[in-house]
Design a protein around this ligand. Structure first.
Ligand SMILES: [Fe+2]
Ligand SMILES: [Fe+2]
Length: 134
C-alpha cells in the first residue's frame, strides 16, 4: 500500500501542469518510503532522495516562473516557503552523507506534512489566482 494516496479534493489546485508535478512528488515520496520499508541500503535511499530533491527544485522553479509571469502578489512569501523546504531537504541530504540515519519516521512525517500544508494552502491560493488571471 502507498504511504500517501493522491487525493484530488485535498491536493488538486485545478492547474493541470502543477497537479501533475504534485502527483509526481507524491509518487517519489512513496518510492522512497517503499524502499525504506523493504530495507534497501543507504545508496539506494540516497539515490531516490536525490531524485526527489531535484524534482522538487524543478517544480518550485516552474511555479516561481509562472507566478512572476502573472505578477502574483504573494510571490515573495511563496518563494520563501520554497526556499525553506529546499533547505530542509538539503539538511537531510547532509545528514545522510555524514552517515547519520536520516530516513526516520520524522523524515516521512515532515514530507507528508509539507505536501498537505504547502499544496493545500499556499499552492491552492496561487492556483486560484492563476485561474482568475488567465
Ligand atoms: Fe509552491
Ligand atoms: Fe507546488
Amino acid at each position: 500500500m502507498s504511504f500517501i494516496k493522491w487525493h484530488p479534493v485535498l491536493y488538486s489546485i485545478n492547474v493541470t501542469e502543477f497537479d501533475e508535478h504534485h502527483k509526481k512528488l507524491v509518487e517519489l515520496i512513496n518510492v522512497f518510503h517503499k524502499n525504506m520499508m523493504e530495507g534497501k541500503g543507504i545508496d539506494v535511499l540516497d539515490k531516490v532522495f536525490t531524485e526527489l530533491k531535484n524534482y522538487t527544485k524543478y517544480h518550485f522553479q516552474a511555479e516561481e516562473k509562472r507566478m512572476q509571469s502573472i505578477g502574483y502578489p504573494d510571490y515573495e512569501s511563496h518563494k520563501e516557503e520554497h526556499e525553506k523546504l529546499i533547505n530542509s531537504l538539503e539538511e537531510l541530504s547532509e545528514k545522510a552523507s555524514q552517515g547519520e540515519k536520516f530516513v526516520t519516521i520524522e523524515t516521512f512525517k515532515f514530507l507528508k506534512d509539507w505536501l498537505f500544508t504547502h499544496i493545500s494552502k499556499v499552492d491552492k491560493k496561487m492556483g486560484d489566482y492563476i485561474i482568475e488571471n488567465s
